[in-house]
Design a protein around this ligand. Structure first.
Ligand code: SF4
Length: 359
């Protein structure tokens, strides 16, 4: 039995001492089928699930023809992080984000940094019960400007994310989503009015990579990005550059052209350094020259905010005004050293800088 077959089985009575009762809420976006089967319509996988079985993500279960999420308020990891660590560079810079995850994911990336929580069922990790209002109060208490849904894949804890975002807003805390963008259009449309920023990990610009490394599909992710733009959601894109697998000039140029034509010039695009991880320990870290080549391709298309990530101290961590070229947000690693934006405009030449600045 492979890992995914295991995740899809409902647990045997002998497994897991933890009662799941507080975490079970009826799922959204599913269709009832004959013989108590259901079809999940949350992500493009559209799992068809028999009674007492789970979807691919391992956190949604069919019980008698009704589909449930098993991870509402079931948090397996949480930290207070700088928002720059997500990374968001054009969303409330220099603030803290109360960052959390549940177990589970709807893809299986061979380079996953958090596979110990993303590739398991909720019963296989330690969890705490963190209902939305308590989460919002904790975020406030920790002086966080936002709650960040991150580390694993927030699409699979969709119902919790919506409720947490509402509770956050009621307490004056925004919400930022860090996702692979593998979600259907209807749930995405429901999510957008409830959150404030979305960062999409675009894993590659080829279906080959999505097939061989992600176990997913590229097209739905591109569609999600276009939907985000149409809805006016603040969006940033991160592209983890994996040596030999998604680092060709052709791919970088194709990506940059697509972003320019479909999303416009103002979407921040972060090229991030890969480190050997999980099932790709055989590859080296991304050479700096490759990251700079990726950035050059995007700069050549005229994208205004192109960054290099996971290389602390690199000049491409800073935000430059596209008009006067002065540094408007000076960053080193996850730390903001100075911010020269005033009401979203460059202090030196008054050029508007796209983003959600809060100053
Ligand atoms: S969210 Fe989970 S259950 Fe639903 S289609 Fe995606 S992987 Fe399958």
């Amino acid at each position: 039995m492979n890992r995914r077959s295991f995740l899809k089985l409902a647990p045997l009575p002998c497994l897991g001492a933890e009662s799941d009762a507080p975490f079970i809420v009826e799922a959204q976006f599913y269709e009832k089928l004959p013989y108590k089967k259901i079809k999940c319509k949350l992500c493009p996988r559209e799992c068809v699930i028999d009674d007492r079985e789970r979807g691919y993500c391992g956190v949604r279960e069919n019980r008698g023809g009704v589909y449930y999420t098993l991870v509402h308020s079931r948090v397996c990891t949480f930290h207070v992080d700088p928002i720059e660590k997500k990374p968001f560079f054009h969303f409330l810079p220099g603030t803290l984000a109360y960052s959390l995850a549940t177990a589970g994911c709807n893809v299986n990336c061979k380079m996953c940094q958090n596979w110990e929580i993303s590739q398991v069922r909720p019963e296989q990790v330690r969890n705490i019960y963190l209902p939305p209002r308590k989460l919002a109060a904790l975020a406030k208490q920790e002086d966080c400007a936002s709650i960040a849904y991150t580390y694993s894949e927030p699409v699979i804890f969709f119902e919790y994310m919506l409720d947490a975002a509402d509770a956050g807003h009621a307490a004056g805390v925004k919400s930022a989503v860090v996702t692979g963008g593998y979600i259907q259009e209807e749930p995405l449309k429901k999510l957008c009015p409830r959150v404030d920023a979305i960062k999409v990990d675009l894993k590659a610009f080829s279906q080959k990579f999505y097939t061989e490394v992600v176990n997913g599909e590229l097209k739905p992710v591109l569609n999600a990005l276009v939907t985000l733009r149409k809805l006016g959601m603040w969006t940033e894109i991160v592209y983890l550059v994996v040596p030999t697998l998604n680092d060709s000039d052709q791919e970088f140029k194709g990506l940059a052209r697509w972003v320019k034509s479909e999303l416009g010039l103002d979407v921040p695009l972060h090229f991030s350094r890969f480190h050997p991880m999980y099932l790709l320990k055989n590859l080296p870290p991304t050479p700096l020259e490759t990251l700079e080549r990726a950035k050059a391709a995007a700069d050549a298309e005229g994208l205004r905010y192109v960054y290099i990530g996971n290389v602390p101290g690199h000049p491409a961590e800073k935000t430059y005004c596209p008009k006067c070229r002065r540094v408007v947000v000076d960053r080193v690693g996850f730390s903001v050293e100075s911010n020269h934006l005033r009401k979203g405009k460059c202090r030196f030449c008054q050029q508007a800088i796209a983003g959600v600045w809060g100053t």
